[in-house]
Design a protein around this ligand. Structure first.
Ligand SMILES: [Zn+2]
Ligand SMILES: [Zn+2]
Length: 142
């Protein structure tokens, strides 16, 4: 009979993300370094939602498969973000942050996994829609 502790399982668990059509996908090994929700207007436009949620992984923990098209956009505070999306269905599956070349950011929705770790920080809250509630235990940033 095999036995695994929860911690060991969590440490080695893979998370699978994909675009809408499945052409572009990735496997992220283990748990993310950080999960954030962002209320900035640029994230609202990119996601088509009222806020974005993204997980950061170290690049060497992420295996990407498929073709992507890149688009670089400037955030509310002037930072560039290079989004990689599926050229067929248009869904963003990962993106890069300049100056943090060892990191890959992955929109949490691309995992389609309701049990995915919750965000621990909420940023650009000055842009938050009034009806959006953030988790009680979270760091807040304007
Ligand atoms: Zn696709
Ligand atoms: Zn944002």
């Amino acid at each position: 009979m095999r036995h695994h502790s929860g911690r060991t399982l969590a440490n080695v668990r893979d998370h699978h993300a994909a675009c809408s059509c499945g052409q572009l996908s990735l496997v992220a090994q283990g748990e993310p370094v950080r999960v954030s929700m962002c209320h900035c207007l640029a994230c609202q436009r990119r996601t088509g939602s009222a806020f974005g949620v993204q997980a950061r992984y170290l690049r060497d923990r992420v295996r990407i498969d498929g073709d992507s098209t890149a688009y670089t956009r400037i955030s509310d505070e002037g930072d560039a973000r290079t989004f990689h999306f599926c050229p067929h269905c248009g869904a963003t599956v990962f993106y890069h942050l300049p100056g943090e070349e060892d990191v890959v950011a992955i929109p949490v929705g691309a995992f389609a996994e309701p049990g995915f770790p919750a965000p621990t920080r909420s940023v650009h809250e000055v842009r938050r829609h009034g009806w959006v509630a953030v988790p009680a235990a979270i760091e807040h940033y304007d």
